[in-house]
Design a protein around this ligand. Structure first.
Ligand code: CCH
Length: 282
């Protein structure tokens, strides 16, 4: 992948000026990288930082930004995310008062909004844990080779229901798979830097066949062979309950945006000890 030339140093700010941090993040998104934006990668960073949450033990989640350290930074699931963390270093340097855990989640939210997605309610309050203080076990993020049962195990553990699972999966309208990271290859849609319901449209409107190649089992659209789906993506079609939400989101983008915004906002807050209930989106 191409790496963008060094972006101009972001403007500094006074503590609490989140608008300034948002502006610094926005200025990094468009770049000569992948499909022309770091946005999808930043969304993935925010998701993997948060998706380790376990509601029973109240461990994991975005609080702490423990992905800065081993073993979490070296998990196979997090391959490629060092690019996103490094990209945000100049933003952290310009606004040293923000925690990494607030910065990574805010970057995901700003990326979604800048790529045309819904406004996601976000509030600060995460703190960074020191190295080695809280080690989260590997294996809490989803495994793309599995099916509906696995998706339910993983996301119910975080406190999400079936509808949330499908809504959150709509983030695969963004970005692509990289053979050197996950082993999978290609984009889910032809507009991977625009947040839309296209993922659900492609899912329902295409015939999907196993891709003939050396890599892990993935699917390609029978018409062009240029779009891809993971086994977990196709599980959303083969499971009756999941399929109901897929059909709804394929038809009704507003409904998808509304549900995604709520679920993604909740994901960003898992395990974060806020004093009160979430604020409404502004
Ligand atoms: Fe995902 N995702 N994801 N994903 N994901 C990958 C890429 C992105 C799974 C597997 C993969 C969510 C859920 C799942 C994004 C957001 C979300 C890749 C390719 C795999 C594999 C990584 C690579 O090679 O670079 C599985 C399994 C699940 C099960 O649910 C959820 C939830 C979200 C966010 C809400 C985004 C964005 C990408 C694109 C990243 C990029 O670099 O383009």
């Amino acid at each position: 992948p191409l790496v963008s030339p060094a972006a101009p140093a972001p403007k500094t700010s006074t503590p609490g000026d989140y608008a300034a941090v948002r502006a610094s993040i926005s200025s990094l998104l468009d770049a000569d990288y992948d499909d022309g934006s770091y946005g999808p990668l930043l969304v993935r960073l925010a998701w993997h930082a948060s998706g380790t949450y376990d509601k029973v033990s109240c461990t994991g989640g975005s609080n702490g930004a423990t992905m800065r350290f081993p073993p979490e930074c070296a998990w196979a699931a997090n391959r490629g995310l060092a690019i996103a963390r490094d990209l945000l270093e100049p933003v952290k340097a310009a606004h040293p008062w923000i925690s990494y855990s607030d910065l990574w989640t805010l970057a995901g939210v700003v990326a979604i909004e800048d790529m045309g997605g819904p406004t996601v309610a976000w509030r600060p309050g995460r703190v960074d844990y020191p190295d080695g203080s809280k080690i989260v076990p590997d294996g809490r993020l989803p495994d793309a080779t599995q099916g509906a049962k696995h998706l339910r195990n993983i996301f119910h553990r975080m406190g999400f229901d079936d509808r949330d699972i499908v809504a959150l999966s709509g983030a695969h309208t963004l970005g692509r798979c990289h053979p050197d990271r996950s082993g999978f290859s290609g984009p889910w849609t032809n507009a991977p830097t625009t947040f839309s319901n296209l993922y659900f449209q492609e899912l329902v409107n295409n015939k999907w066949r196993p891709k003939k190649w050396d890599g892990p089992l993935q699917y390609e659209d029978a018409k062009t062979g240029t779009l891809m789906m993971l086994p977990t993506d196709l599980a959303l079609l083969s499971d009756r309950t999941f399929k109901k939400w897929v059909s709804l989101y394929a038809k009704d983008e507003q409904e998808f945006f509304k549900d995604f915004a709520v679920a993604f906002g909740k994901l960003m807050e898992l395990g974060v000890p806020f004093p009160e209930k979430p604020a409404a989106a502004s």
